[in-house]
Design a protein around this ligand. Structure first.
Ligand SMILES: Cc1cc2nc3c(=O)[nH]c(=O)nc-3n(C[C@H](O)[C@H](O)[C@H](O)COP(=O)(O)OP(=O)(O)OC[C@H]3O[C@@H](n4cnc5c(N)ncnc54)[C@H](O)[C@@H]3O)c2cc1C
Length: 402
């Protein structure tokens, strides 16, 4: 298999790396280019809110691969060069003011964090967290901070709160919903996760939002919508992420909540594919479109998309959603997708914060959540994948926890 024009992968992180590996595994011998906005080789983001912040690991161990690995795959690297446009008719991407032709294109540009609405640039000391540079800047500030406010009690916000508390700061987490993680886990489990913060001396303020950031040039306080004023020398905003598709505007690709793809991760043009946080694809396990923002999904999708981009017959990409998070020395993990707002069935010690919760989707198992039981969650993979009867999952959980 060789092409006059290269296979181009845009986005040089986890999905970009796995995509070039998938392309080569499929036997493609032609030119392969990996384009990345960041200067670094592909690196791992999960430690950015965990061990990197607390200083347990330094920069280098984050790397997902070496330059030699990419050279061995015959990958031409174009790092530090964000793509700014896509011309589908000409089959070219716009890069550094020049145009780079492609035979096939893989889009792996991931997502970027949402900012608080604030007229102009936010004051110093207000952080978003996505890149290693973001994490190192935040760590510098946290080491000097007395009062830290984390806006958003999602997984990344909760991990930052946990790390900041470990560094000795006084930490408050502000969450608009009545409890943390309610959208992902429902109110009962969300409240239990909220207790983790409180048990570690972190104040949790739910049901309120940020009205205003005070201080110039550096932040001094956060004014909440309920009128409370929280002193702050560091504010971390963790209110969710948006797919990084700005460079694709006007290209003709369907960009509703990410790059819309079919079951094979094809983006609606015969030569264009997407994978990872940026891809909103029809997951064959559920027969509906979803966009996952998790490590394992990005890795699994990108291998398939890489292969499909160069193989004769594309194959579908079924993924069982899986996410883990480390907070206050405990591992939280979720497998699957919850159904409507049905109450979960808990097996184990809910109040002792060591349990499995089984979340139904009608009469089937939708999702399994594990708090401090990392050893058990993957045992449910087949049941979740086949959307087995809910009772089968309950039986397995009771057998495993007994
Ligand atoms: C702080 C943090 C902690 C996390 N913890 C966990 C965890 O514990 N468990 C878990 O499952 N998941 C976790 N995640 C999520 C996980 O890291 C992501 O799902 C994963 O990184 C997605 O990989 P990706 O390659 O699709 O996107 P990304 O990692 O977002 O990479 C996209 C890359 O594309 C580049 N790019 C963007 N636009 C352009 C452009 N126009 N041109 C060129 N390059 C571009 C970006 O600079 C970036 O390097 C965490 C994420 C963060 C930020």
């Amino acid at each position: 298999m060789s092409e006059p024009n290269p296979v181009v992968v845009v986005g040089a992180s986890l999905a970009g790396l796995r995509a070039v590996e998938g392309v080569r595994r499929a036997g493609f011998k032609g030119e392969l280019v990996l384009v990345g906005a960041e200067e670094q080789l592909p690196y791992n983001r999960p430690p950015l809110s965990k061990d990197l912040l607390t200083g347990i690991i330094e920069h280098d161990p984050l790397e997902l691969c070496t330059a030699e690995h990419l050279a061995g795959l015959g990958v031409t690297l174009r790092l530090g060069t964000p793509a700014t446009g896509l011309d589908l008719d000409a089959r070219e991407i716009v890069l550094d003011g020049a145009r780079l032709p492609f035979g096939s294109l893989l889009i792996t540009t991931g997502s970027r964090p949402a900012a608080l609405p604030h007229g102009g640039a936010p004051p110093q000391g207000v952080h978003l967290l996505r890149t290693v540079d973001d994490a190192l800047a935040l760590r510098d500030d946290l080491l000097r901070a007395r009062d830290v406010v984390v806006v958003g009690a999602g997984f990344v916000g909760a991990e930052v709160a946990s790390s900041a508390a470990k560094l000795g700061a006084r930490v408050t987490v502000v969450e608009a919903a009545p409890a943390p993680l309610t959208r992902a886990l429902g109110p009962t489990i969300g409240e239990v996760c909220g207790r983790l913060h409180e048990l570690h001396g972190v104040t949790l303020r739910c049901g309120t939002g940020v009205a205003q950031l005070e201080g110039t040039p550096a932040v001094t306080a956060v004014r909440l919508t309920d009128g409370t004023r929280l002193s702050a020398d560091v504010v971390v905003v963790g209110i969710g992420v948006r797919p990084d598709t700005g460079w694709l505007e006007g290209s003709g690709l369907d960009l509703r909540d990410g790059v819309v793809c079919d079951e094979t991760l094809n983006a609606g043009h015969p030569r264009v594919w997407a994978a990872g946080d940026v891809a909103s694809w029809t997951n064959p396990v559920y027969g509906r479109r979803m966009r996952l923002q998790s490590w394992t999904a990005a890795a699994e999708q990108a291998l398939v998309a890489g292969r499909n981009a160069v193989a004769g017959t594309p194959t579908p990409c079924p993924v069982v959603p899986y996410f883990w998070s480390d907070q206050y020395g405990k591992r939280l993990a979720a497998l699957g997708v919850p159904g409507a707002a049905d109450e979960p069935h808990v097996v184990g010690d809910l109040h002792g914060l060591r349990f499995l919760s089984l979340h139904p989707d009608g009469d089937r198992i939708g999702m399994v959540f594990a708090l401090d039981r990392p050893d058990l969650i993957m045992k449910f993979r087949r049941l979740v994948m086949t959307r087995a009867p809910f009772g089968d999952a309950v039986e397995l959980a009771e057998r495993l926890v007994a």
